[in-house]
Structure formats: structure tokens, C-alpha cells
Write a protein that binds this ligand. Structure first.
Ligand code: SF4
Length: 239
């Protein structure tokens, strides 16, 4: 165990934990967009920055990636943190000026308009945090999408921007997206994921008749776990 201080309060923490984990365990709020407990941290959105002090030196780090160590002093709301975080949100607002989540974040910080508004920057809901890509790879194990291009044109996409052949339609990318940038819809017996240009037939429950999950996703799970052919004939509600 190590002892660290966050905003002047001392806490015991386990070696290997990150500053963000310890802060959250103790109810200390640090904003994040690209963090998800089931997915390896990546530090993409950088909103979780904190100021750490070791000896006489202090610096800004991303708390989702920074491991605790004995005697570490952490400030989550120092003037330097607030000013840096504010600039990050202003930049996000420049890219996603109509996005509800980003606008709410900006208004909580008293930001009324973006720091820049590039006429070359198409308004977007995606903050390019890559959480969808990491969820697909690490949680689903499919890697149907990736981050493509560079600079302001970087985006998550299916290979060659064609309908993704590897996608199983599970919707994990849609559920983890912090800014609702992934558009998914279940209509009748079909699921559409517009970002990856794919559609999937949904399985109909033999008891209630509801369409409840993509057939391709269920087949993927059935094969992976060697389940009987009729295992998914009945939906979880009716089982
Ligand atoms: S819906 Fe497709 S792209 Fe999204 S996580 Fe599932 S397999 Fe990956």
C-alpha cells in the first residue's frame, strides 16, 4: 500500500492503481470522456488531467494513466488544471459545437463559445477518443473498426470506409461512445449501424416474438462458447 494526498486529503492506495481510480473510490470527481472501466485507459480526451507534485516539481498528467506512488500529492482543481481543462473543452467545442454532451460540459465550465472555429472543420459529434475502437477490440474481440486518417480528418471507420465485414452488430461501440456519435437503430427485424454502413437481421424470440439481438452476434457468441444450436431461440426475458 502507498499513501497519497488528493486535494489535501490523505488516502491509502494499492500499488498499480491509477490516480483516477483512487479519486473515484473516494468520491472525488474528475471529468472524463474516453474512460471506461472495462477498457484499458488510453488518455485520449485528456479531460482527466490533474497536477501532481513530487518534491519541488509539479506537472500536469492524465490521471487515468498515472500510477500512484508513495507521497504523491495530487491536485484535481488547481488553477493550472482548470485553465488547461478549459482549453481542452474549448477545443472540443470547436469540433463538436452542436453536440449535447460537449455543450453541457462547456456550460458547466462557463464556456460560451469555442476558442476557434475552423471553416475547414466539419461539425462533428465524434471527439476521436477511440473508445469505440478499443471496445470492439478489447471487449468484443472483433476489431471491426479502426482509427483512420490523420489530423483533423482522423476518425473511427470501417476498413476502406466500406460496410464492415467483421462487425457482428453487437452495438458495444454505440453503448460506450461518450458523445453519442455512433448512430444505431433497431427498426422491425433489422439493426442498422450507420457509421459502419452495416445492417443485421435480428433474432425473433420463439416465446414472446420480440426481436431481441442480431443473429450474427448470437451466432458469434454461440460458436465462441460452443453452445447448443437452439441456445438463443428464446430471449433472456422469457428464459
Ligand atoms: S457493433 Fe460492430 S463495430 Fe461496434 S463493437 Fe460490435 S462488432 Fe465492433
Amino acid at each position: 500500500m502507498v499513501t497519497i494526498s488528493i486535494d489535501g486529503r490523505e488516502f491509502e492506495a494499492e500499488e498499480g492503481q491509477t490516480v483516477l481510480q483512487v479519486a473515484r473510490e473516494h468520491g472525488i470527481d474528475i471529468p472524463t470522456l474516453c474512460h471506461h472501466e472495462a477498457i484499458e485507459p488510453y488518455g485520449a480526451c485528456r479531460l482527466c488531467i490533474v497536477e501532481i507534485t513530487k518534491g519541488r516539481r509539479s506537472r500536469i498528467v492524465t490521471s487515468c494513466l498515472y500510477p500512484v506512488e508513495e507521497g504523491l500529492k495530487v491536485q484535481t482543481k488547481s488553477p493550472r488544471v482548470i485553465s488547461n481543462r478549459r482549453m481542452l473543452v474549448e477545443l472540443l467545442l470547436a469540433r463538436c459545437s452542436k453536440n449535447k454532451v460537449i455543450n453541457e460540459l462547456a456550460s458547466q465550465m462557463g464556456i460560451e463559445k469555442p476558442i476557434v472555429r475552423s471553416e475547414y472543420l466539419e461539425d462533428n459529434d465524434c471527439i476521436v477518443c477511440g473508445l469505440c475502437v478499443r471496445a470492439c477490440e478489447q471487449v468484443v474481440g472483433v476489431s471491426a473498426i479502426s482509427l483512420v486518417n490523420r489530423g483533423i480528418t482522423k476518425e473511427p471507420a470501417s476498413p476502406f470506409l466500406e460496410p464492415s465485414r467483421a462487425c457482428i452488430g453487437c452495438g458495444s461501440c454505440y453503448y460506450v461512445c461518450p458523445t453519442d456519435a455512433i448512430k444505431m437503430e433497431d427498426k422491425g427485424d433489422t439493426r442498422y449501424i450507420y457509421n459502419w454502413k452495416v445492417e443485421f437481421k435480428l433474432k425473433k424470440c420463439k416465446v414472446c416474438g420480440n426481436y431481441w439481438a442480431p443473429e450474427r452476434q448470437l451466432e458469434y457468441i454461440r460458436k465462441k462458447w460452443n453452445l447448443p444450436a437452439d441456445f438463443f431461440d428464446i430471449c433472456p426475458t422469457c428464459k
